[in-house]
Write a protein that binds this ligand. Sequence first.
Ligand code: ATP
Ligand code: MG
Length: 438
Amino acid sequence: MRLSRSFLPTLKETPSDAQIASHRLMLRAGLVRQTASGIYTWLPAGLKVLRNIANIVREEQDRVGAQEVLMATIQSAELWKRSGRYDAYGPEMLRIKDRHERELLYGPTNEEVITDVVGQELKSYKELPQILYQIQWKFRDEIRPRFGVMRGREFYMKDGYGFDIDYKSAVDTYRKMMLSYLRTFQRLGVRAVPMVADTGPIGGDLSHEFLILAPTGESGVFYDGALDTLDWLADPVDVDKSEDLEKFFKNVSSYYAATDEKHDEKAWESVPAERRREGRGIEVAHIFYFGTKYTKSMDITVAGPDGTPVHPEMGSYGIGVSRLVGAIIEASHDDAGIIWPDNVAPFKAAILNLKVGDETCDTLCEALYNKAPEQFLYDDRSDRAGAKFADADLMGHPWQIIVGPRGAKEGKVELKRRATGERFELTVDEALAKVLSA
Ligand code: ATP
Ligand code: MG
């Protein structure tokens, strides 16, 4: 994209109403604009980031055998009355009436819809397990929307739902999802630690929240410092083998990590004192097993192996895709701006033409840009060099390819790595190879 023609409204001044760095930077870098409290329009660069995250989530869901569907955002109140949650859900639910006075709602989550759809089709235990997911907008009328997209009212979520014939199989599904999530966060370039979370009335130990550690996080967390460096994905896992999944899960669970609701003082004391870490984190995902809660209340059964009807066991698997945009920035920025991880960045590199109008610079920049126009943001504005550097740092492109008249004459450019500040003098081809292979 050519910067001179793109809609990338960056701001020099710091927006006064934004309390945390990621919110300020998302506004300043022109990623989003607020259109109502907790409701945002995603501008071109922001949308690219959102899509990059969603695509990685999608690929890692598919890789463990989950299948994508797309449910409507609007749901019928009828379904929620069947599960008994319509009255229980409270003021976070946006309730709507259509022209016939029929009660509708904007979905805050989709257990009812998916249980109804799947329940109508499944007949036999032989069709299980099934994992279905979607990436879709949700609405929750949060009492205090804040921190930009981190706690919005309309937000983008991956929500997945597992259906299994028995507890043992549901546990495998749960572990598959945990694996898929850790792979997802690794590819996103962030560390999200799975922590034992509250299970509410369901009980048991199958509820984990994934938290990106950050001082501005809303959740209090307690964890074993060994987790700062543990590689959860070191051993290969065959998702069709229960033993592999069990081994993987045991490894993850062998270090203490809990949200404040589940903090257990006694277990905490068994962590060596010098490794005890207390802090804050941003919840970017949540997985939990809830058994037959919905299949029972909505009266869904399949024929079990001996022909008797069985209520399938379920779990819900959520990732906050739009919250992740803010959370990644919270974990990866400096005073100058955003530092995008490679796989998330809206552009792989900015090409900074320091002397627009100079034939050598222009020719070299055009040639470079045309190698991969969709991956580069070409700063072809006739601004001062200083303004270009500042904007590139603010927008957080992983690389900056800096083209000045002296180097250009010799076919050379300067390549800057945003994350480390490292600079390399390279030929055009060398720079291209380095940027596009990253
Ligand atoms: P929280 O405790 O932060 O309110 P939750 O427990 O209500 O979240 P879940 O129902 O578990 O959220 O939803 C799955 C994921 O969706 C969360 O882990 C979070 O990343 C994201 N999410 C939830 N509420 C919001 C929101 N208001 N804005 C943005 N993302 C959200
Ligand atoms: Mg949660």
